[in-house]
Design a binder for this molecule. Structure first.
Ligand SMILES: Nc1ncnc2c1ncn2[C@@H]1O[C@H](COP(=O)(O)OP(=O)(O)OP(=O)(O)O)[C@@H](O)[C@H]1O
Ligand SMILES: [Mg+2]
Length: 229
């Protein structure tokens, strides 16, 4: 299988006041198209930062990220946005829903902006899938944390991404809803071949993916192939 993501010797430093903080150092790994992959590690180990770099939301100091055949270090901001629109779904740890848009609009507006005539219909279908058909007209402030997370999930599916990055997708959900969301993610992987890259603290969830990358202090301490039972 071709590699959908190739990460080579990635490093990222944040400047905070006069201090420099090296958050990622010497990160190299690759993911094959269609694989399921999880990233685990303690709080502050660089998981969210790494996910953002892989998805082309941010750029590294040194090293290379090749996403769907493009070296994203060679793309300008517009080109990266285009690549993300075409290929990438992203579920943020803090959802990042637009507060002035309803649940339905949060899912449908990005599609409408891309000129998709069936945006509304598709978005309603996606919100039904995550169990929110009764909440279409609610604003984010009128939704529980778990409901907001499910809107974020529906939005991440909306462009039929070839690779979906999910930052703690079950972090705010009760066990039953969390299991539903995980099932949906794995279904998407099976049915559409969507590559899944999941950051999680849930080791049971990690064991259900084909590969586990362990981060600590901004470095990879293990890259394991999981024997799925
Ligand atoms: N914009 C920023 N400016 C400065 N420091 C940052 C910035 N973003 C993150 N950091 C720091 O980088 C480190 C890694 O952050 P990151 O969010 O990637 O960790 P994480 O592994 O996702 O943690 P968690 O499990 O708590 O979500 C942290 O120490 C954090 O304080
Ligand atoms: Mg994080």
């Amino acid at each position: 299988m071709p590699k959908i993501l190739n990460v080579d010797e990635l490093a990222k430093t944040y400047q905070s006041g006069s201090k420099k903080l090296k958050v990622l150092d010497g990160i190299s790994f690759a993911i094959e198209a269609g694989d399921t992959f999880s990233i685990v590690g303690p709080s502050g180990s660089g998981k969210t930062t790494l996910l953002g770099l892989c998805a082309g939301l941010d750029t590294a100091d040194t090293g290379k990220v090749e996403l769907c055949g493009s070296d994203i270090g060679n793309l300008n901001e517009d080109e990266r946005a285009l690549l993300r629109n075409r290929e990438v779904g992203f579920i943020f740890q803090d959802f990042q829903l637009l507060p002035t848009l309803t649940a339905l609009e949060n899912v449908s507006v990005p599609l409408e902006l891309q000129g998709d005539a069936s945006a509304k219909e598709r978005s309603i279908g996606l919100l039904k899938k995550v169990g929110l058909e009764e909440r279409l007209d609610h604003y984010p402030s009128q939704l529980s944390g778990g409901e907001q997370q499910r809107v974020a999930l529906a939005r991440a599916f909306s462009n039929k991404p070839s690779i979906l990055f999910a930052d703690e997708p079950t972090g705010n959900l009760d066990e039953e809803t969390g299991e539903k969301v995980i099932k949906l993610l794995f279904e998407l992987n099976k049915e559409a071949g969507t590559t899944l890259v999941i950051v999680t603290h849930d080791l049971e969830l990690a064991q259900r993916t084909q590969h586990i990358l362990r981060l600590k202090g901004g470095k990879i301490i293990a890259n394991e192939k999981v024997i799925l039972t």
